[in-house]
Design a protein around this ligand. Structure first.
Ligand code: BYC
Length: 312
């Protein structure tokens, strides 16, 4: 089939909301874009376990510990569904890990910030998972079938994560002066990094246009960021806290919140590996991989032994 004709048919399928499945013919760039996005998403889930894992042993009660443990386990599950979805595009899991460990693949900028107090567990749930849901609900309708289906369950779990984070902050916001201050401090530290999670502004986002044409992305980075800001600017009032942006103001004409300047230099710096925890996060993942080598070796030796026995 003429390649021009073939690619037009592919686009028509996308325009008609027909899902693309693993065995369908697809443009190489579509495949590569999905591998990049899904694997980076998977890495984010796995690296995202680290800042919260840091608080499991120090959660203030048995109930809080059980909830946090379950949340972190959910994130491991999300990572695994996403690695499986990426594998359907013809990349192996080992190759994806290798890309993460060598710095070739990115993971979300947000996980390069430290978790200093218990209130950070609340701020991560409310703001980070909140931003994740805003970005990920439209991904349930993304054009690639296995990614879209994985996102359905992930989003259900993320909604629970966001509520548990908000509830931690709500409890602190009704507590002692010290607890209120801890709550405000966590919001102050996580606000700007959370709104950077949506990625660069549309005019600085090289991938958005094509990804929207292919319906991999349904909204642009700026559209999602604006929706998120509109939502959080209202929810923060229930906490009786403030967001650390003096320019945050409802704009009656736009029917949106205006907001202050984002420090993009900080964002690009974190992406370049110079955030407060980049080295620590990568080191933890590489160490986990190396420490697990004996398990992989043992599993391989066992399956080889079984095969030899069977052949004999
Ligand atoms: N951090 O052209 P652009 C979660 C990169 S939530 C790092 O706009 P695209 C979780 C981008 O990859 C977080 N890198 O790209 C929550 C590209 O570089 P490359 C994970 C970022 O792909 C709670 C370059 O900047 N969510 O997992 O069209 C607990 C230019 O950007 C970031 C997802 O991954 C960033 N924040 O749009 C536990 C959702 N932003 O790859 C876990 C799926 C941009 O060309 N992903 N970059 O070298 C997406 O929706 C899109 O990939 C993005 C970026 C909106 C993130």
């Amino acid at each position: 089939m003429n390649s021009m004709f073939w690619e037009e048919l592919f686009q028509q399928k996308i325009d008609n909301e027909i899902k693309i499945e693993p065995k369908d013919r697809m443009p190489e760039k579509y495949r590569q874009t999905l591998i990049r996005q899904i694997s980076q998403h998977a890495h984010s889930e796995i690296v995202g376990m680290l800042p919260e894992g840091n608080w499991i042993t120090r959660a203030p009660s048995l109930k809080r510990k059980a909830i946090l443990l379950a949340k972190v386990q959910d994130e491991a599950g999300h990572g695994l569904y996403l690695y499986s979805a990426a594998e359907t595009l013809g990349i192996s899991r080992d190759e994806m890990y290798n890309q993460l460990h060598t710095g070739k693949a990115k993971y979300s900028s947000i996980f390069n910030y430290p978790t200093l107090t218990w209130a950070d567990m609340g701020a991560i749930g409310w703001l980070v998972d909140g931003a994740a849901i805003m970005n990920q609900v439209p991904l349930c309708r993304t054009s690639y079938g296995p990614y879209a289906r994985a996102m359905v369950r992930i989003c259900k779990e993320e909604s629970f994560h966001q509520r548990q984070g908000f509830e931690i902050l709500l409890t602190l916001s009704k507590g002692t002066e010290a607890q209120k201050a801890m709550c405000q401090d966590a919001i102050d530290r996580w606000w700007w990094p959370s709104i950077m999670m949506f990625g660069p502004t549309d005019d600085a986002s090289p991938n958005t246009e094509q990804s929207m044409r292919w319906k991999i992305k349904r909204f642009s980075n700026d559209e999602l960021r604006q929706k998120f800001i509109n939502m959080i600017a209202e929810q923060v009032k229930i906490l009786g806290m403030t967001l650390p942006d003096p320019d945050l103001k409802w704009n009656e004409e736009r029917k949106q919140y205006d907001f202050g300047k984002i420090n993009w230099e900080e964002f690009w710096n974190v992406l370049a590996g110079n955030g407060p925890c980049n080295k620590q996060r990568l080191h933890a993942r590489i160490k986990a991989w190396e420490d697990g080598a004996w398990v992989r070796d043992a599993a391989l030796a066992y399956s080889e032994k079984k095969q030899t026995h069977k052949a004999a």
